[in-house]
Design a protein around this ligand. Sequence first.
Ligand code: UDX
Ligand code: UDX
Ligand code: ADP
Length: 459
Amino acid sequence: MEIKKITCIGAGYVGGPTMSVIAQKNPDIQVTVVDLNAQRIADWNQDDLSQLPVYEPGLDAVVAEARGRNLFFSTEVEKAIQEADMIFISVNTPTKTYGKGKGQAADLKFIELCARQIADVSTSSKIIVEKSTIPVRTAATIKNILDHTGKGVQFQVLSNPEFLAEGTAIRDLHHPDRILIGGENPEAIQALKKIYEAWVPSERIITTNLWSSELSKLVANAFLAQRVSSINSISELCEATGANVDEVANAIGQDSRIGSKFLKASVGFGGSCFQKDLLNLVYIARSYNLHAVADYWDQVIKINDHQKTRFAEKIIQTMYNTVNGKKIAFLGWAFKKDTNDTRESAAIYVADHLLEEQAQIAVYDPKVQDVQIYKDLDYLATRSLEENKSLLQVKTNPYDAAAGAHGLAILTEWDEFRDLDWGKIKTQMKKPAFIFDGRKLLDGKKLTEMGFVYYAIGE
Ligand code: UDX
Ligand code: UDX
Ligand code: ADP
């Protein structure tokens, strides 16, 4: 099976960077990324590479190399489907907000829509690759739709979960720990393997059955999230006992069975995957009546919610049990550094909690726009957009955010926050000037010497 044309449905955080790298490394394959959202496609096509819809270090250079050569962004979904030998489905699969499984199960309507559309317009056989994170056995659903509604053409369905982390997407794509391909048809697996072999050593490409591949994605994210919740639970214990969570993390991380990565205590994990995949895992376990398993993983989410709440309450309690009318500067809104993605960011929940207490918040994030910040709060539906706008302001630099503030909170670990002029910030803030470091980013000793009242998670 010779692949000459690839189409990817969905030009988001996964589809955009992944296809850019596939095109970069396979100059002989034409790669077309399509999306229903015309603005998003226009943004991918614009000349100014600093304004691509996804902010990822190094992405601009990859797009510059491949775009127009063999990488195309288009809104012509049907045409791109028809022409392709291989179709990646990279659409979003948010948690359901209605009906059965509300708040837990993944909403597969976008995936199903894609499958129906592929079945509708395809006149030649194709390999369908699921890239989106989805519940186990979704591939079977896709295959079922294709086989029953198609025009008699052959479809092979593969699962090829994405393991890139936002903020390091290009590095992760260029040097993946592993590529996972699940499927039943050896030729289809080989065809996809060949695309990755353009730059990934073949021993790093693992093949499994479909369901192992689908489940592995959920489990990988559940284990990673569990590590963060584990260290975050210990951060609270450290605060109570006088231990320091960074010292504990370092000491346990030296054990090669535990490992040193992913042990950074924080205000709570965010992002589009961890919570969604955990909820999914819990939902699947319950649907098989495996309640002990479901409860075990559910606890990882509960600790994460607790950590966000605990941070907000620490701010209130430290500021003499009231933040009513007080101004709090937020440095960072993204769910981690080096991305403009805010999905499930801890900042949203901490802000919401403080706004409920009538605090005034001024946010600065180097990559997140004000429209997005209001959208995130609006999505929680705790109060009206007007109220959010009157209580929370978005600033274009950190000093404006800190001016006149009673307290300042670090929500995202952007490198640039380390090197701010903290003397200047202190002069502008009300006294005592409180800092709440939700990322353990700053030099607490130095800030304390400067006269700040400094609190960090886990110290
Ligand atoms: C994650 C997985 O890492 C990736 O393999 C998968 O494909 C998608 O989900 P992502 O959500 O982009 O990637 O970022 P990740 O680096 O995993 O961070 C997730 C959240 O955990 C962030 O909010 C981050 O700040 C937090 N985190 C991570 C910690 O609080 N401490 C850590 O030690 C690591
Ligand atoms: C443990 C710690 O490893 C050691 O560092 C500490 O000093 C004492 O406690 P130990 O209990 O002797 O050591 O053995 P360990 O190899 O950790 O195994 C503990 C149990 O876990 C055993 O029953 C083992 O069979 C089980 N185990 C371990 C698994 O079931 N699966 C694994 O992957 C690893
Ligand atoms: P992810 O992080 O999984 O990439 P995003 O939300 O960033 O999620 O991207 C998913 C993209 O898929 C969005 O741009 C959305 O417009 C697009 N999309 C969803 N359904 C369809 C569809 N049926 N056809 C084309 N594009 C779609």
